[in-house]
Ligand binder design. Sequence first.
Ligand SMILES: [Fe+2]
Ligand SMILES: [Fe+2]
Length: 151
Amino acid sequence: MQKIHWSEQYSVGVQSLDEQHKNFIDMVNGLMDDVQAEAELAVVADTLSRMKQHANEHFFMEERLMKLFQYPGIENHRIEHQLFIKKIVDSSIGETFYCGIEPRELMRYLHDWWHNHILYEDMKYKPYMAGKPVPHFVATVFREDGSPQND
Ligand SMILES: [Fe+2]
Ligand SMILES: [Fe+2]
């Protein structure tokens, strides 16, 4: 399993979303190092917890943009996001430890999920959004637990 290297082929044409995707790729690559080095469980769990929080924010922003720019595949895309969060939650106990899943198996899931999701699922909305300005209100306020405020 190789690290993911962000390149233009991963670009969805919206700079703020690309920056967030790079951040997730960095987290996945860092986790690969940690799991490889058999790092403390707490180190891995901490990254996992951050990933969940950032993913909630990222998914919320993506879904708002998809709605705004009338991307027709929004419902299926939303389900993909929900399944990912469920997987992370199911892999955690009280946001502190992951359990029941072998670390390398979890690593592979995260690696493949981000790689495939950006490259194949997120890429589908690119024609609807690329080059369009992101309205200020989309960068919204989040609750302390990272979940988005409903408006
Ligand atoms: Fe995304
Ligand atoms: Fe997405």
